[in-house]
Design a protein around this ligand. Structure first.
Ligand SMILES: Cc1ncc(COP(=O)(O)O)c(C=O)c1O
Length: 404
């Protein structure tokens, strides 16, 4: 069976091994320590510094997952009971569930043919309760951050960028995650770079950094060196990354540029080989700084998309599980863990976003770097594919489309 996962996981090698072995040999796996701590290798701190440098952000907090990062970011922004947060209906469920877990109310927005939030539809969703927008850089494609920031400024809204699927993506020369107030990353197995599970928060705002850091570690101030009694800013969680994960994260972050340039050139070839076909177009790419982890084909009709998928063994994106609001039964049925998470003021129902439904019914993901059946991208190429293999896959796709 073909290997699944994101591009980072395909290129694990000596670099990750070396960093991990240093931690194991030190036999000290906790993120905090100082020069007097025997065996301490400060991989998590090194990862945070490397990530800041790579993204051009002032502050970074390593976490246990993208979900943790979103929750810590919402807490940093002070989003809670009764606040409305605008989020697209096409995203992984965590972008929506973390808003609910923060006690706030997700307001679902349409996407456009970039498969990211439709910026022309945001303002009609704003009410006096709206506190923030969560643009999701879906499938590695940056959202139209200039338009989003303009709307946010006009209406005095906070912006949390969900960069979980877009580690390294750039929009107009700046990294995703540095446009809004705060950005959340995932390092799970299907992401651009991976530690199996892991994540990070970035921001340029010191206060937000301290709050995100505090939330991720029981309210502690950044970078305590060991057990610290008192001096906690507020009630928090334990979302701390450990040194083994930090070691892999560090090695992977150093590979990010190479991963992205490789994906971009492989995707360009695949796209070129398919560019003259009838019945299809490609989704709109908002900036060439996208991650190029996937090639998304938009068929003229839902029927054509379904027929194509029958031949590849995949599914149109509309059926790709918890990435589409229609399939999020926990949200639609308001299955909440506690009364404090009250979303009764809003109704959520299948097909409430007709534009999103129409696009996703016709959309099919071909893997370039992210091989993930859950995303509908079980078929395609991967970061290690040779030119010959890419040509072979393109030939196959061509034959199927021409036979539809
Ligand atoms: C857009 C988006 N947001 C959030 C997450 C959550 O990340 P994690 O799985 O690391 O918790 C994911 C992961 O699939 C995602 O794709």
């Amino acid at each position: 069976m073909a290997r699944a996962g994101g591009p980072g996981s395909f290129v694990f090698g000596e670099e990750e091994k070396k960093e991990v072995m240093e931690v194991l040999e030190g036999r000290y796996l906790f993120r905090y320590g100082d020069e007097n701590t025997e065996g301490y290798t400060h991989k998590v701190i090194d990862f945070e510094n490397e990530l800041k440098k790579t993204m051009g952000a002032k502050y970074a907090v390593a976490t246990t997952s993208g979900t943790s990062s979103l929750l810590a970011s919402l807490a940093a922004l002070g989003i809670g009971a009764g606040d409305e947060v605008i989020v697209p209906g096409y995203t992984f469920i965590a972008s929506i569930s973390t808003i609910i877990l923060a006690g706030a109310i997700p307001v679902l927005a349409e996407i456009d043919e970039s498969l990211t939030i439709d910026v022309t539809k945001i303002e009609s969703l704003i009410t006096p309760k709206t506190k923030a927008i969560v643009p999701v850089h879906m499938l590695g494609n940056p959202c139209k951050m200039d338009a989003i920031m303009e709307i946010a400024k006009k209406h005095n809204l906070l912006v949390l960028e969900d960069c979980c699927q877009a580690v390294g993506a750039e929009y107009k020369g700046k990294h995703c995650g540095t446009y809004g107030d705060i950005g959340a990353f995932s390092l799970n197995i299907f992401k651009t770079i991976s530690t199996g599970d892991g994540g990070a928060v970035i921001t340029n705002n010191e206060e937000l950094y301290e709050r995100a850091f505090g939330y991720h570690d029981q309210g502690h101030k950044p970078n305590r060196m060991g057990v610290e009694v008192g001096n906690r800013s507020f009630v928090g969680m334990n979302m701390r990354m450990n040194e083994l994960t930090g070691a892999v994260a560090l090695a992977q972050t150093r590979k990010l540029d190479k991963i992205l340039s490789t994906l971009r050139s492989k995707k360009a070839l695949l796209k070129e080989l398919l560019s003259d076909l009838p019945h299809i177009k490609f989704r709109t790419i908002n900036d060439e700084g996208e991650c190029a982890t996937l090639l998304t084909i938009l068929f003229d009709t839902k029927e054509l998309a379904e027929k194509f998928c029958e031949k590849t063994g995949g599914k149109p994106i509309a059926y790709s599980g918890w990435h589409v609001y229609n399939n999020m039964e926990q949200v639609l049925n308001k299955l909440l863990p506690a009364k404090t998470m009250n979303i009764n003021e809003r109704t959520y129902y299948k097909h409430m976003l007709p534009q999103t439904d129409d696009i996703l019914d016709r959309a099919v993901n071909i893997s370039v770097g992210v091989v993930d059946k859950g995303l509908g991208s079980g078929y395609g190429i991967n970061i290690l594919s040779t030119e010959e293999e890419i040509r072979e896959v393109a030939k196959n796709i061509r034959e199927i489309i021409l036979s539809l």
